[in-house]
Design a protein around this ligand. Structure first.
Ligand SMILES: Cc1cc2nc3c(=O)[nH]c(=O)nc-3n(C[C@H](O)[C@H](O)[C@H](O)COP(=O)(O)OP(=O)(O)OC[C@H]3O[C@@H](n4cnc5c(N)ncnc54)[C@H](O)[C@@H]3O)c2cc1C
Length: 355
């Protein structure tokens, strides 16, 4: 087992793990009865303390195997691969379908955990199976898509625990892409792009063009964590009942133009960034932690904030949004304390703001 190691994270927070394990090579050094934490590239975690007193597990499987049936490609991907680079490689081989998920940071192994999604697509649409080491059973298990229980930014991997810690270490992900996959361009700014393209060329843009456009849009809208440390969307978009959303639109002057997205028969999805913006939080700073000036859904580490400073800012955002709109925001980012992950909502509720 290696000695102490800095935990990678895109908030640029300093947190040292007591030891680290390269998975699966050093599996025999893993002690499941001691604290542990699986981390990919750390693009969806908030490290609350300067030390993590446990084992940092980093998956480094990197297989990339393509096979095909008559009408689909089946791709076997190691959990340690970088997601964006994997997409690039897939497109180079003419395998399309997931181009809307371009530039999402992180590893292939972490992608099913929160069912990464963007521009109308989620990875769940392509997952055939996920192979993981089950810490409780001490054996490898292969879960089908149904067993993964994917939902909006959610999956079984967030809920099944072993002694209050994550139960599975994802090693391999199998994705299936139809050979006749069509580009998906109905969502947000991709719609205009596709319409303009179709008018000029008489056909929908190729997947590679959609990929380039997604990269362009994201680079223009989202702060680059290498320049301004952040973990992307800090909160999930809230799911509320239709009636509540309509009441807000009708009765709250700020919400007259609030976007409402269909979710299910009685439920709709709102844009958390819109609510945070309207609550007056864009650009607000607390001890180096800041609500991004252009994209209110993103909290940034503007200048040497601690993890707890970012959490305190998040708490203020939640309280204001709840007071104004009676909506409880839930962090999308995972909160890591000194021995284990903690429930983010509970942590924020109990967090005492000294100043
Ligand atoms: C600028 C920016 C933009 C983003 N945009 C999006 C977006 O558009 N859509 C979206 O869905 N997400 C987005 N994210 C969030 C993030 O990129 C994804 O959640 C990504 O999948 C995290 O990958 P990671 O390797 O960094 O995971 P980490 O942050 O290292 O880990 C995230 C969680 O997954 C667990 N985990 C990691 N690897 C494994 C594994 N192999 N087995 C089991 N558990 C594991 C960790 O324990 C942790 O709980 C964005 C983040 C940033 C910084």
């Amino acid at each position: 087992m290696s000695k102490q190691k800095l935990i990678p994270n895109t908030f640029a927070l300093k947190c040292i793990a007591d030891s680290s394990i390269a998975w699966p090579e050093q599996q025999n050094q893993f002690d499941k009865n001691q604290p542990y934490l699986v981390v990919g590239e750390g693009s969806n975690i908030l490290l609350l303390q300067e030390f993590f007193h446990g084992q940092l597990i980093q998956v480094n499987n990197s297989q990339f195997v393509v096979s095909q049936t008559q009408d689909a490609y089946i791709v076997e991907l190691g959990g340690g691969l970088n997601w964006h680079q994997t997409l690039v490689q897939l497109l180079e081989q003419g395998i399309q379908g997931a181009e809307n998920l371009a530039l999402i940071p992180g590893t292939v192994g972490a992608a099913p955990v929160q069912n990464i999604g963007a521009y109308g697509i989620e990875i769940a649409q392509f997952v055939v199976a996920v192979e993981a080491y089950d810490i409780q059973l001490e054996q490898r298990v292969k879960l089908t898509t149904e067993q993964c229980q994917f939902a909006y930014r959610d999956s079984i991997f967030k809920h099944q625990t072993y002694q209050s810690k994550s139960r599975f270490i994802i090693e391999t992900v199998w994705l299936k892409f139809a050979k006749n996959a069509q580009v998906v361009t109905e969502y947000g700014p991709l719609k205009q792009f596709a319409e303009d393209y179709q008018q000029q060329h008489g056909s929908l843009p190729a997947a590679t063009l959609v990929f380039d456009e997604v990269c362009r849009i994201r680079q223009s809208k989202l702060p680059d964590p290498k320049v301004l440390p952040n973990a992307g969307s800090f909160f999930k978009n809230p799911i509320v009942d239709k009636q509540h959303a309509q009441q807000l639109q009708q009765q709250n002057a700020h919400c007259a133009d609030m976007p409402i997205y269909p979710y299910s028969d009685n439920l709709v999805k709102l844009a958390a960034g819109f609510l945070i913006d309207k609550a007056g939080f864009k650009g607000l700073e607390h001890k180096g932690a800041k609500v991004h000036e252009l994209q209110a859904l993103v909290l940034v580490n503007n200048s040497q904030a601690k993890g707890t400073d970012i959490a305190k800012l998040a708490k203020r955002v939640c309280e204001k949004v709840e007071a104004e709109y009676q909506i409880k925001l839930q962090p999308e980012v995972r909160f890591i304390h000194e021995f284990a992950e903690v429930d983010a909502v509970e942590y924020l509720t109990e967090l005492v703001e000294v100043n």
